[in-house]
Every structure is written in structure tokens, then in C-alpha cells.
Design a protein around this ligand. Structure first.
Ligand code: G4P
Length: 526
């Protein structure tokens, strides 16, 4: 690719993740998007995969050929002149640090909210990470075909709970059984829900009056009148759309719709893709910026996925490309070791037709088969000049386990396994302050299970784990520490760098502590 071809290719990329609470409709909306992108041919394919009761599907074929279950981690398709990469953020029991780290590899986020439930805990957690990055967030209020909360309420909640301005890009006309359509301020059109004549799904609006041009099938509907009045009110008193604020992550455009009935999804996709940024420059460790269109290849590892199948010992390192062009078989340097690596075996996460990476540019994700070379956060580069990206943030674990080797005679393999898996970033290791007992911390339960499994299968070490439950981790300045402050409700431990922290049983315990020691500063590391 020459310079101008590279610039054109980068400008087309749109890389985002969908954040939501389980059951808000992330899978359903992803599936609709894949349908628009022509990746799957039939609704139900992704859902079937999720529930595990599928016979043959597009997905399974791809998975079989690749021999590793990664297909839904990254989904790529072309739509409306853009090349779209959707990165999956595992939820439910798969929720882990990987979920957070994936957000480090995207340029925008889509937030799906169940309009009957509003903002739920997992959405809040993920939002916090996205907000910190200052990337644009687009909101889809889902399940409009069911009775939900008042639209104004939902928008107000964004500001109250997430501290972000919400700007309605369209407005529901009724909801639940009374859903008639959505009124689109931005595009001056009205989209009818289940129109009798499909060719009349979109009705143009008069830009002056905001009324439907020509025949108005909703004229008699009170919900229509209500929507027009609401929108007028919003235009006068609501937040004003400001693209600069959106791009800075200070304002979120809000769209209403129903993923299940594929209502409003296409409009949403088109609209947010037109605003979402192409891959941006990346800041390097040395303080300079690496342009996404720079000619030499560079990227970083944001996730390593081990294969749970013991027949395949391989792992896949997910690399976000930040500049240049990735080509199969290229040689890169691993910044941490300075070692050259030839990248023969790469997987792209692709539309059904193509399987092996041909070429990929900034914004794209490649999966590299890994035999133990990579660590999470590693930088790799193809040029002569070393490139080192800023380290990925560490996420504070929320679940903790005491861990010991079952067989005391096998301490050596236990320690080796612990050391290596902790280094990989699979789990966080702490030690009790005085007795040096091991405590593992993770964001999600699955991380412990993977850890236990890998200790057994890769290091031949059976570990015993005793849950100490959910805890809030807060670091304390060592100068202020008095070991007497520790109790069962606020366990004193140290991290890998020997920094002291308390694991509080709950918020009451933390508040009690703060009241008792008002001068002690506790910090949350994100
Ligand atoms: P998730 O990935 O965020 O966890 O959610 P998912 O898409 O699996 O959706 C969760 C449930 O919500 C599913 O129902 C799905 O059909 C339903 N759903 C998603 N979007 C809409 C919508 O726009 N309207 C309505 N009414 N429902 C929606 P389920 O009963 O759990 O699964 P299934 O039995 O339908 O497979």
C-alpha cells in the first residue's frame, strides 16, 4: 500500500465496542448489525451460538476451521462505505479484566440500555472506563416495543448516574403495544413501526413545521402529537447537539429503537458511524504521538486468550494495529525483549469469506498464534525505530480467593505457574501483609476458573482456592499505615510491588474505616 492508499484505508475504519448490562440486547443488536454488513445471512445465528444449541451455522464453520473459539471476539464487516470492527466485551459469567481491556483497543463505544430498566450496574462499570478514555459514546435505548420508562427520564438518568449529557437524536412515538414509530430530528424523517406498506417506512418531515410532508397516517394519534410537542420542547430546553462534545466523550447522542424487531437499528448504525472517528493517533511512552497513518507497522497486545481445549495448547494474542500495514509473514520486533518475531500465523476476525489476514491497517485487530512470547500490554513494531505504547491501565479486582498448593511437595511448580500466570495479567496477586499467604484478585469469576485449570494442565499443580468473596480494594499510603488498623472486615494485604492496601468487606466497612481514621487517605487504583 502506498501512502495515499494507506490513508484512505485508515479513514474508512470504525472500531468500537458495545457496552451493556446482561440482557439489555447486546447480542441482538450485534446480530442486526452483522446482517446489515452481510456477514451472516440469518437472524438467530449469534444468539444460537451464545446459548450453545445450534446445529450448523456460519459461525461454527469458521470456528471449526480455526480450531479455536474466537470468532465472536472481533467481528468485521463493510457497511455504508466504512470498514467496521466490533469488539466483543464479554459479560455474564465471562466478565473479566479482558472486558475492560478491550475498551482500550477501540475508538468509540455503543451503550445499549434496556429502556424498561435504565442504567444497570455493569453498564455503569464499563461506562466509567470508556469515559476515562474520553472516546465518543453512542447510546441505544432498546426494547421500545415493550413498555418502558419515560424517554425524558431515561435521558435525565444519563446525566444523573453517568454524568454525561444526553442528546436525543430521535424520539419515540408511543411505546410497547402503542409504538408507532420514531421521529428523527437529525434526519428530518419519521420511521414507521411495522408500516402496512414497507416502501412507506420512512416519511419525510417538513424542516419548518416538523410535520409529515403529504399524507400523514399518524394524524389522529395522540402519541404522534405528543412526540412532536416533546421534540419541540427538547429543541428549546434540552441539551443542544455538539459534535465536538460528542467526540470528546462529554455528550452522548441517544437513539431509541428495538433491536429484536430491527426497528431503528439501521438508522442508528448509519448515524453513529458517520460521527464515530476513524482510528486516532496513539500516544507513546516517550511522550510523542504515533499517527495512525504512519507507514511503519505498530500495535499493542490487549488480550491473550488461552484455548480451554487441552488438545490445543496454543493461545491467541489480540493485537490492535495503531499504524502502518500488517502483512502475513512480516517480521516485527517485540519492544519488551527487543527480539524479532516472524508473524506467520495470524487470524483476522472477518466476514465469512476471508480467513487468513491479507492486510490490515490501523483500527483493525489481528489475532496472532502465540507460543508464550506475548504479554498483555506488549508493543510490537515493524520499522527500525522502537515503538512503545503507554502501558494499559490495571483494573482493580473485585473478587478475591485465598490460594494454596494442594500438594505441599509440589511447591516449585506451584510458584512457577503462579508467577507466569500473574505476569500474563490473567489474575492479580496479593499477599497477606505479615504472613505472605497468597490471595488472588480478579474482576470476574471465570478468571479464577481459567487460572485453576491452567495451573493443573500447564504446570501440573493442583490448587485449592478458598473464596473470600467480593471486596473493595483501597490503597493506603505506607506512611500512614498502622498494622493495627487491619481486621477481618478490612484485610491488610500488599500488592506485587509491596504496596499496602485494604480489602474492605463492603462499603459499610470502608465508611466505618474512613470515619475512624479521617486523616488516612485511601485511593482507588483504576
Ligand atoms: P445481551 O446480549 O445483552 O445479554 O442480550 P440479548 O441480545 O441476548 O437479549 C436479551 C433478551 O432480550 C433476549 O430475550 C432478547 O430476545 C431480548 N431482546 C433484545 N432486544 C429486544 C427488543 O428490542 N425488544 C424485546 N422485546 N426484547 C428484546 P430472551 O427471552 O432472554 O432470549 P430469547 O428467548 O428471545 O432467545
Amino acid at each position: 500500500m502506498n501512502t495515499s492508499e494507506l490513508a484512505t484505508a485508515v479513514a474508512k475504519r470504525r472500531t468500537f465496542a458495545i457496552i451493556s448490562h446482561p440482557d439489555a440486547g447486546k447480542t441482538t443488536i450485534t446480530e442486526q448489525m452483522l446482517l446489515f454488513g452481510g456477514v451472516i445471512r440469518q437472524a438467530g445465528t449469534v444468539k444460537a451460538k451464545k446459548s450453545g444449541n445450534f446445529a450448523t451455522s456460519d459461525w461454527m464453520d469458521i470456528e471449526k476451521k480455526r480450531g479455536i473459539s474466537v470468532t465472536s471476539s472481533v467481528m468485521q464487516f463493510d457497511f455504508d462505505g466504512k470498514r467496521v470492527n466490533i469488539l466483543d466485551t464479554p459479560g455474564h459469567e465471562d466478565f473479566s479484566e479482558d472486558t475492560y481491556r478491550t475498551l482500550m483497543a477501540v475508538d468509540a463505544a455503543v451503550m445499549v440500555i434496556d429502556s424498561a430498566k435504565g442504567i444497570e450496574p455493569q453498564t455503569k462499570k464499563l461506562f466509567k472506563v470508556v469515559k476515562q478514555r474520553g472516546i465518543p459514546i453512542f447510546t441505544f435505548m432498546n426494547k421500545l416495543d415493550r413498555d418502558g420508562r419515560e424517554p425524558l427520564d431515561l435521558i435525565a438518568e444519563l446525566e444523573e448516574l453517568l454524568n454525561i449529557e444526553g442528546v436525543a437524536m430521535n424520539w419515540p412515538i408511543g411505546m410497547g403495544k402503542g409504538l408507532k414509530g420514531i421521529y428523527n430530528r437529525q434526519q428530518q424523517q419519521l420511521e414507521l413501526y411495522r408500516p402496512t406498506d414497507e416502501s412507506k417506512r420512512f416519511l419525510p418531515l417538513d424542516p419548518e413545521t416538523g410535520e409529515i410532508v403529504g399524507d400523514n397516517p399518524l394524524k389522529q394519534d395522540a402519541v404522534y402529537q405528543q412526540a412532536v410537542a416533546d421534540v419541540e420542547l427538547l429543541e428549546e430546553a434540552g441539551n443542544q447537539f455538539d459534535l465536538q462534545k460528542v467526540l470528546a466523550g462529554q455528550q452522548t447522542p441517544v437513539y431509541f429503537g428495538s433491536a429484536l424487531t430491527n426497528f431503528g437499528v439501521e438508522t442508528f448504525l448509519k448515524s453513529f458511524l458517520s460521527m464515530a472517528p476513524a482510528p486516532s493517533d496513539h500516544q507513546l511512552q516517550n511522550g510523542t504521538d504515533l499517527p495512525a497513518t504512519a507507514p511503519e507497522f505498530a500495535g499493542f497486545v490487549f488480550k491473550i486468550q488461552a484455548n480451554m481445549n487441552p488438545a490445543h495448547r496454543d493461545r491467541i494474542a489480540f493485537v490492535r494495529i495503531c499504524s502502518g500495514e500488517f502483512t502475513k509473514g512480516m517480521t516485527v520486533t517485540l519492544t519488551r525483549t527487543g527480539k524479532p518475531l516472524r508473524l506467520n500465523n495470524a487470524t483476522e476476525f472477518m466476514s465469512a469469506e476471508r480467513e487468513q489476514v491479507s492486510s490490515a491497517v490501523a483500527g483493525d485487530i489481528v489475532g496472532l498464534y502465540d507460543t508464550g512470547n506475548f504479554q498483555i500490554g506488549d508493543s510490537i513494531y515493524g520499522g527500525k525505530e522502537a515503538v512503545e505504547f503507554e502501558p494499559l491501565p490495571q483494573f482493580t479486582p473485585e473478587l478475591f480467593m485465598e490460594v494454596t498448593a494442594k500438594n505441599v511437595m509440589k511447591q516449585k511448580s506451584f510458584h512457577k505457574g503462579m508467577q507466569q500466570l500473574v505476569q500474563e495479567g490473567a489474575v492479580q496477586l496479593y499477599k497477606t501483609y505479615n504472613t505472605d499467604d497468597y490471595i488472588l484478585g480478579a474482576v470476574g469469576q471465570l478468571q479464577f476458573e481459567v487460572f485453576q485449570y491452567r495451573m493443573m494442565h500447564e504446570y501440573n499443580s493442583e490448587v485449592v482456592m478458598k473464596p473470600i468473596g467480593a471486596r473493595t480494594a483501597r490503597w493506603i499510603d505506607p506512611e500512614q499505615l498502622d498494622p493495627k488498623m487491619s481486621s477481618n472486615r478490612n484485610l491488610l494485604v500488599k500488592d506485587l510491588e509491596d504496596k499496602p492496601l485494604f480489602l474492605f468487606e463492603n462499603h459499610f466497612a470502608e465508611n466505618w474505616f474512613r470515619d475512624k481514621y479521617p486523616d488516612v487517605k485511601l485511593t482507588e487504583k483504576l
